[in-house]
Design a binder for this molecule. Structure first.
Ligand SMILES: Cc1cc2nc3c(=O)[nH]c(=O)nc-3n(C[C@H](O)[C@H](O)[C@H](O)COP(=O)(O)O)c2cc1C
Length: 235
């Protein structure tokens, strides 16, 4: 099984998003998957120019010569696609959205009906493709992710992929700080690892496992107090 993960955090492998993404991918690897990670911060990907050259002039290929030329073949061959992003203004980060816009060459210039909706047929030969979301946010409440989850579910439907679940880490900066202080929060990382194993071995992730990834780490008032002290010190 081939897994492709795209991490849209400007902090790359050192960020809060990677803190949950990495054990998730380790779990998949431990279950036998071949995993490749792409960091948008290390890639050059220009915005889609909306020319449709990739449909009509050079089918399946964008005219722009950048790192999408490496990523696109990997995406077409992937059984699992993981989108990972910090929550930015209630959605995915700009660099990740730019990459997702450049998925357009994976579709064909015709409309078909799937689940009673207009869709473009895909060029990928992989059947039963799965998608997962990993995200991290600064606010405390889990529902801050609602708009992003809804968006990524829609992307999965467009790509004819099954949305396999979301590893959401609200008040994410607290996880990093609490791990450094050896607070009892490693169950979150263990659950992310378990989620990866489950996705590869069973094709689904148990809701209970996802709940542990998202569990409250500290009371909301305390988080706001500590966050405000931290923000005041930085200012
Ligand atoms: C431009 C920007 C927009 C953000 N928007 C939100 C937001 O809408 N809601 C939220 O809870 N956190 C928001 N955050 C906080 C980040 O999601 C949070 O710090 C996250 O842990 C960063 O992950 P990273 O270290 O992987 O980049 C925002 C941060 C930035 C820089």
């Amino acid at each position: 099984m081939k897994v492709v993960a795209i991490n849209g955090s400007p902090h790359g492998d050192k960020g809060n998003t990677a803190l949950v993404l990495n054990p998730f991918l380790e779990g998949m690897q431990a279950a036998g998957a071949q995993v490749e990670v792409f960091l948008t911060k290390s890639m050059t990907v220009r915005p889609c120019q909306g020319e449709y050259n990739c449909w009509f002039k050079t089918p399946g290929q964008c005219f722009q010569q950048d790192d999408m030329q490496t990523l696109l073949p990997e995406l077409l061959a992937a059984n699992v696609l993981v989108l990972a992003t910090p929550l930015y203004v209630d959605g995915m980060s700009g660099p990740l959205k730019t990459v997702v816009d450049r998925f357009i060459p994976m579709g064909e210039p015709r409309i078909e009906f799937r689940a009673d909706h207009c869709r473009h047929p895909g060029r990928s030969a992989v059947k039963d493709k799965k998608m997962a979301l990993v995200s991290n946010c600064g606010f405390w409440e889990l529902d801050n992710f609602d708009a992003l989850v809804s968006h990524v579910r829609a992307i999965a439907r467009n790509l004819d992929a099954t949305f396999a679940g979301a590893l959401l880490r609200p008040h994410g900066p607290a996880l990093h700080a609490m791990l450094q202080q050896h607070a009892p929060v490693t169950d979150v990382l263990d659950a992310a690892r378990d989620a990866g194993r489950q996705l590869v071995e069973k094709g689904v992730i148990a809701p209970e496992t996802l709940s542990i990834v998202s569990r409250p780490l500290l009371p909301r008032d305390l988080y706001a107090l500590i966050a405000n002290q931290h923000l005041a010190q930085r200012g």
